[in-house]
Structures are given as structure tokens and as C-alpha cells.
Ligand binder design. Structure first.
Ligand SMILES: Cc1ncc(C[n+]2csc(CCOP(=O)(O)OP(=O)(O)O)c2C)c(N)n1
Ligand code: SF4
Ligand SMILES: [Mg+2]
Length: 306
């Protein structure tokens, strides 16, 4: 593994090669490759240096991402990357913080934590790798599996309508909600740039192909089934598809319109919503700790007297 690139000396900027580690252990054609590449390109284009970057993941095929990017990182436990990331945000707000989590990790076992991560609006980019099933454990239904799709846990077809991650994030009051797909490399890079520029919990939903367990799920060859949302303060449509797919102007400060779009039975890629004014809990806690006057232990206990 190369050394962490502590400083980009003059004439030697960070490159994708600096970020590479071992070859990923994913199936051929897995969408995780696209997200990983988009993520590395984003770090390079923004010159975000490895020694100031922390990648935290849960467990799942997508959970392996921190191994494959030469930065600091934690491969945490299933459904708990937010707890660790929140600790990083509190202790070291100067670091660039990214969370990588699957749909099972985020919305099943980690659903409670995602609610509070979004609600507390701590500063990070949260990337939801949504292949709409549990892949690492060999195809069980997840909260985002489409109705009727057979899995090992529901061989007769998944019974429930899926949770819609965008609607979920907006409903909790997320300060930033965007969506992209693993096969849209430019769109992915631009989405990550806008997400990173936002102060607060940037929720980035990524449609991610799992050709091993669900090869027919996302049709990455056609573009009639989705639209790009664009705006001067949003994300431009993917270069390769801008002429082919529908492109809609959408003002990301308009939350009502964002909800309307999220309620439609159609995929949209782009920036749904951004509120730059929402309080970041990690900043509030840090400022309160600075202001707090130390109390003797007995004084603390006195405040619990009945
Ligand atoms: C506490 C705990 N429960 C269950 C598991 C088993 N497990 C590992 S990954 C996983 C689901 C992964 O699905 P997802 O988060 O969607 O990631 P993907 O593999 O699809 O990228 C489960 C149930 C575990 N590792 N730890
Ligand atoms: S099982 Fe699916 S998500 Fe996991 S590596 Fe293979 S293609 Fe990717
Ligand atoms: Mg999954």
C-alpha cells in the first residue's frame, strides 16, 4: 500500500494512483466499482488529501470501500457507521468525513442511527449504496427491495412496498438530499462535489447495480425511465446522457417541490434539496463544551437531587 499522501508537493498533485490500494473483491460488473472510481475522481479533482480524509463504512459488499481508498478509514460494524462517524465529527471537525453504507446497513439495522444522523445534521457526506438487497449475505430482501422481487428470505417475492430513501431523508428534515447512479461517472463526481461543499449531513443516494443477484434491476442502457434535476446551484446532468434523458430545472431551495418529485413514481438524479442554514449539532456541542464551566463532581450530582 502506498504511503498516505501527506502533502501534495509543488508539481505533484494527488492522483488516483495515490489513492489505490488492493484490487477490490467485488463481482465483475458490480456497481460498487463505479462508485469507488467516482469517489476517487472526486477526491482528486478537489485535491482532498488522504491524511485529512476519513472513510467510515458499515458491513456489506459496499462496506469494503474504506479498504480500497488510501486514506484513514474504519470498517465498522453492521448498521453502526454513523456512531463512529459522529465521534469523528465531534473530535476532529477539521477532517473530511465520508460514510459508505448499503441499503440494509442504512435502512434496516442502522435505520435508527440514520434518522438521528440526519436529524443532528453533523457535517459529513453520507453515501447510500442502494442495490436494493442484502448482497454480501447472498440476497435477502432489504427495505428498498422492489415489491415482488424474489430473494432468499422471500422466495415468493418481496411482499412489501419499498421504503423510498429520498422521501425518507426529506421526511426526517435532511439539510441536503441528492441522488445519482453508479453508471453516471460525471454526475457522480459532480454530486459528490456539491455534497462536500455543503455544511451538514449530505445525504447522497446512489442506485447501485448488483449484477450477481439482480442483473435486471437497473437498466443502465436507456434513459427514458429517469430525469435529471438541474439548476445553476445544483448538479449538471451527466455529460454523456444530457441530450438523451429528460432534464428538469429544479430549485434545490424549494422543499415542497422536492417532496412532490420524491413522491412521484419515477427516478430523478440530481439535487433535490439543500438548506445551508440548518444547525449542525457537532458544532453546537463543541461550542457548548468550550463555554461550559467545570463543576466539581458533587455539583454535578446535586443537579439530580429530587
Ligand atoms: C450485527 C450483524 N447482523 C447481521 C450481519 C450480517 N450481514 C452482513 S452484511 C448484511 C447486509 C448487507 O446488505 P447491505 O447493507 O445492503 O450491503 P450490500 O452487501 O448490499 O452492499 C448482513 C445482514 C452482520 N454482519 N452483523
Ligand atoms: S454480490 Fe452484488 S453487490 Fe456484492 S460484489 Fe457481487 S455484484 Fe457487487
Ligand atoms: Mg444492499
Amino acid at each position: 500500500m502506498p504511503e498516505l499522501h501527506e502533502q501534495a508537493p509543488a508539481g505533484a498533485p494527488l492522483t488516483v494512483k495515490d489513492l489505490n490500494t488492493e484490487n477490490p473483491r467485488w463481482c465483475v460488473g458490480c456497481g460498487d466499482f463505479g462508485v469507488l472510481m467516482g469517489f476517487k475522481r472526486f477526491l482528486v479533482e478537489e485535491q482532498i488529501l488522504p491524511h485529512e480524509t476519513v472513510n467510515v463504512s458499515g458491513i456489506g459488499c459496499s462496506g469494503r470501500v474504506p479498504f480500497y481508498v488510501n486514506t484513514y478509514g474504519v470498517h465498522a460494524i453492521h448498521g453502526r457507521p454513523i456512531t463512529i462517524a459522529m465521534g469523528v465529527a465531534l473530535a476532529r471537525p477539521d477532517l473530511k468525513l465520508f460514510i459508505h453504507a448499503g441499503d440494509g446497513d442504512s435502512l434496516s439495522i442502522g435505520g435508527n442511527h440514520l434518522i438521528h444522523g440526519i436529524h443532528k445534521n453533523f457535517n459529513c457526506v453520507f453515501i447510500l449504496y442502494d442495490n436494493q438487497l442484502y448482497a454480501l449475505t447472498k440476497s435477502q430482501s432489504s427495505p428498498t427491495t422492489r415489491k415482488g422481487h424474489p430473494t432468499n428470505t422471500q422466495p415468493q417475492g418481496t411482499a412489501l412496498d419499498p421504503i423510498a430513501p429520498i422521501r425518507f431523508a426529506l421526511g426526517i428534515g435532511a439539510s441536503f438530499v441528492a441522488s445519482t447512479a453508479d453508471w453516471l461517472p460525471d454526475h457522480m463526481v459532480n454530486t459528490l462535489k456539491v455534497a462536500h461543499a455543503h455544511k451538514g449531513f449530505s445525504f447522497v443516494h446512489v442506485l447501485q447495480r448488483c449484477p450477481h443477484f439482480d442483473p435486471d434491476n437497473f437498466d443502465n442502457k436507456t434513459s427514458a425511465w429517469f430525469s435529471f434535476l438541474t439548476h445553476e446551484k445544483g448538479v449538471p446532468p451527466d455529460k454523456r446522457l444530457a441530450d438523451k434523458a429528460e432534464v428538469i430545472q429544479h430549485d434545490p431551495s424549494n422543499q415542497e417541490e422536492a417532496f412532490k418529485l420524491a413522491n412521484k413514481d419515477r427516478a430523478y438524479f440530481g439535487l433535490f434539496y439543500r438548506n445551508p442554514d440548518k444547525l449542525c449539532y457537532n458544532e453546537l456541542i463543541r461550542s457548548r463544551v468550550k463555554e461550559a464551566k467545570p463543576l466539581p463532581r458533587s455539583g454535578i450530582l446535586d443537579s439530580y437531587k429530587i
